[in-house]
Design a protein around this ligand. Sequence first.
Ligand code: SAM
Ligand code: SF4
Ligand code: SF4
Length: 335
Amino acid sequence: MAMVDARSRPLRDLRISVTDRCNFRCTYCMPREHFGPEHEFLGREALLTYEEITTVVGALLPSGLEKVRITGGEPLLRRDLVKLIEMLRATGPDLDLALTTNGVLLKKHAQALRDAGLDRVTVSLDAVDHDVFALMADTNQFGPADVLAGIEAAQDAGLGVKVNTVVRKGVNEHQITKLADACMERSAPLRFIEFMDVGNTNAWNMEDVLTGEEIRKRIEHHVGPLFAKEDQKRSAVARAWVTDSGQEFGFINSVSEPFCGDCTRARLSANGSLYTCLFAATGHDIKAMLRMSATKADILHAIESIWTKRRDQYSAERSSFTTSQEKVEMSFIGG
Ligand code: SAM
Ligand code: SF4
Ligand code: SF4
């Protein structure tokens, strides 16, 4: 039986962070001044094991869970991730299983992930020009060519592939049309995410947000008219548009057009806390229960009692007051 929260929203989608570590230092997510050598990442003991993650997913399946997204941090840094995909696929043969990655390790793992039962990947790419990429991701170790190679390897392996771009006004906005070209060449849907005030470290400012509507106009100016895709799922975060040749562009307008009313997502942090909103300050400890030999029924019962009280709608209530509130970091909770 599907459980619903205090605003009648079911829990359909679970995002699971498998690590709080990353090989990038994107300025909007893990700014180096806050995630430098002195930052303490979670130790091995603190991370949920693959067995524990699979138990939580198995517990939620009877209550209407449809989709699991593996994320982080950079999920491909977690050892033997393919094993987790295999275990989740065995637990939920019909689950929609997706992964979000920065793509630089994807070429190496794409085929094994597909063979293990992964359905889809979302690859983040904020620029095709090397210097802008380096500025956004704050890395000299990798470049856009590594990500594009990952995208192609994932397509070759038979995975569904979408590309996500965060736009920061004045930093990568001139990459919008170049990214559109790169994705059209590869027939990969491209989605733009508005820069959000997640966490407390990215110095977010409304002035840095280029709205999805503005981005859409620039795409249309470059590729011609876009048409709103019909039959979109209410719970889909991106509003999808297509060109007359069928290329898809999506707009995740989380700041300018909040979609909290249809939010069916929960997040499980790498250390086993359940968060009912991306902007929550605190989570609910599930790991302690798992380590005290809780059964799947116990886990389901605990999550049910958390979910049924849920009233979160941060984006719909965003204001200068909420922006300055204490929030969990996205690399920890899972994007
Ligand atoms: N490392 C992986 C990646 O970058 O795809 C997965 C984790 S990352 C936290 C997930 C997504 O969150 C990425 O697409 C990233 O661009 C997005 N993201 C991170 N910080 C953001 C912010 N402040 N505003 C909007 N999107 C953000
Ligand atoms: Fe790493 Fe992804 Fe955050 Fe960039 S957005 S720092 S790649 S977790
Ligand atoms: Fe869901 Fe919270 Fe985002 Fe609203 S702000 S869409 S409730 S995660």
